[in-house]
Design a protein around this ligand. Sequence first.
Ligand code: IMP
Ligand code: MG
Length: 180
Amino acid sequence: MLDKDHQPKVLISREKIKNTVARLAKEIKKDYRGKQPLLIGILKGSFVFMADLIRQLDLPIEIDFVKLSSYGAATKSSGKVKVVQGLKTPIKGRDVLVIEDIVDTGLTTSFLLNYLRRKKPASLKLCALTDKPFRRQVPVTIDYLGFTLPDKFIIGYGLDLNEKFRNLADICFLEDDESS
Ligand code: IMP
Ligand code: MG
């Protein structure tokens, strides 16, 4: 699975992730008690986080997904985002909670929040597993945040590098192994 020069190193262990997901679920349950929120996951990165999170929410939730693509240079977000796969669920008047794996420049998330806001939900909030605040290009308010990250490209727990590593159970980073 790995090439010998790039060994994943654990940045946030599965135990820490588990505790944090439980903490986020508790905050969400408290705020949405008596409501029927619609959780919208951004594909593909959020699917592992969302699967763990919803199983801790004893609320009458529904889920849907949107797939976005940001095009331009392969490694840098161009700021041009488009909806590749839209919502199947009408959101007018719904309490919508967007589930994101990572907020980096903020371009993807802010595009999506603006797109959803135009559909007139009753409320619209954001839950992000991770945040890289120092990379931000547009402001984004994160209502429920798991971890603030250092300046590293992370993989695992749904997050990819060129579509690989989504299946790692821990949040990892790739360390160049100079000795090999
Ligand atoms: P944005 O820069 O906030 O628009 O983030 C765009 C997308 O880049 C995120 O939804 C992730 O899919 C991806 N991304 C940003 N930083 C990382 C990272 O450290 N690891 C994996 N994917 C990332
Ligand atoms: Mg993503």
